[in-house]
Design a protein. Structure first.
Length: 400
């Protein structure tokens, strides 16, 4: 990122409803200002006036690589090592299947019990498809490093736990994986845009992540996939789509993979979603990730100390040490779902994760100390006055 003069937070860069304290950017980032105008231009002028010529005239076909390079700068990856498209689950499937083919003599996928369920579902589905004795081995998060052995083909680990915010040591675990000959796949869903990431130094083979959380790409924003430079030319895509072909418009009957990461493209890129993301990512040219990380830890520490002092019945489930967690804080509470609905009703937006976790994300781009203190004021009222004990707040919504 550029060394630029800026002040955190940068609230004037986002469309935030008046009076709302938004502590859910770890699930869906807010709308960056200017995105609506950029999309209107894309729809009315590029699509509306240029029609199919927009693929060339407006650079739509190059978007996955162009936006991928913007992501690469944020995750410590070299230019040309990241491409965009599809959902995170699809990218997990692509990376996992390619990793397994790199260790054909091994039959185990290693993950941990704190991993996001969709990653585990992808592994389970791939195993059912492959047969041949493949298995998923799930261990406790603290046991991942010691679990590496010569039976494991690939370790599929999410750096920051979606539920508690606990953070793995990427460099240490990758070293343990490589010492055992294991291919390393990192899920950066709760890392990219939340904390400094250095894939080049970590030396992992693959990484994937989504862009609608800390990167503010909007609901349904496309995912990214990274492959190390020596892996990219030899990996075999399980989803051999036409835009991953070396010459898509030659329309050859047989698949011939594109060089490098481009072979992990599948189908037509989602141009409108990619356009919104591309605009959102421009803000990161002004952000120093180390300063952002320091602010995040300070905000989370303040929240923890205030909640523990003022809100009886809530139990911290996130690591207390800021160096061991991502940019979120989670508390367990018996009435967590209803309490979160009461908070949301009072314009303090967090979310709930079963069975009893109240989850709060802290994004220094638009959250400051005053927001933290106001949020705890409201949380204290909800807990001490049993405001959660209302039938309206007990009804489970489709999305929690």
């Amino acid at each position: 990122m550029k060394d630029a003069a800026y002040t955190l937070p940068m609230k004037d860069r986002f469309e935030l409803p008046p009076g709302m304290i938004y502590l859910d950017g770890n699930s869906l980032g807010p709308l960056p200002k200017g995105t609506s105008d950029r999309l209107q231009t894309m729809v009315a002028q590029e699509w509306g006036q240029h029609l199919i010529t927009g693929w060339n005239r407006d650079g739509w076909m190059e978007q996955p690589a162009r936006v991928g390079n913007m992501i690469a700068r944020l995750i410590g990856a070299p230019e040309g090592s990241v491409t965009m498209g599809d959902t995170l689950s699809v990218k997990v499937y692509q990376a996992l299947s390619a990793a397994l083919k790199m260790r054909p003599e091994r039959r185990v996928i290693l993950s941990d019990s704190g991993n996001f369920p969709s990653d585990l579902y992808m592994a389970q589905g791939l195993i059912r498809q492959l047969g041949q004795g493949y298995q998923l081995r799930v261990v406790a998060p603290e046991e991942v490093g010691d679990a590496m052995d010569d039976t494991i083909a690939v370790a599929m680990i999410t750096q920051v736990d979606y539920r508690t915010g606990r953070m793995h040591d990427m460099a240490e675990i990758t070293r343990a994986a490589h010492a055992a000959g294991v291919v390393m796949l990192w899920d950066l869903a709760h890392s990219a845009g939340a904390l400094p990431v250095d894939l080049a130094t970590a030396n992992c083979e693959f990484a994937v992540g989504c862009t609608y959380k800390y990167l503010n790409g909007g609901p349904g924003a496309p995912a990214f996939i990274y492959a190390r430079s020596d892996v990219a030319p030899i990996m075999e895509p399980a989803l051999a789509g036409w835009l991953g072909h070396d010459a898509p418009f030659a329309f050859e009957p047989d698949y011939r993979p594109a060089p490098g990461i481009a072979r992990m493209r599948v189908g037509t890129p989602p141009v409108m979603q990619m356009t919104a993301l591309e605009h959102a990512l421009s803000i990161w040219d002004e952000v120093d990730m180390n300063a952002l990380r320091a602010a995040s830890i300070a905000l989370c520490d303040l929240f923890i100390s205030e909640v523990e002092a003022r809100c009886p019945g809530l139990t911290l489930v996130s690591p207390r040490d800021g160096a061991e967690r991502g940019s979120q804080v989670s508390f367990a509470f018996e009435h967590g779902y209803a309490a979160m609905q009461a908070l949301i009703d009072r314009k303090v937006i967090g979310d709930f994760r079963a069975p009893n976790i109240m989850r709060f994300g802290f994004t220094p781009l638009y959250i400051d100390e005053g927001d933290v203190l106001k949020a705890v004021d409201v949380l204290e009222q909800v807990v001490r006055n049993r405001l959660w004990d209302n039938a309206v707040y007990q009804r489970k919504a489709l999305v929690t």
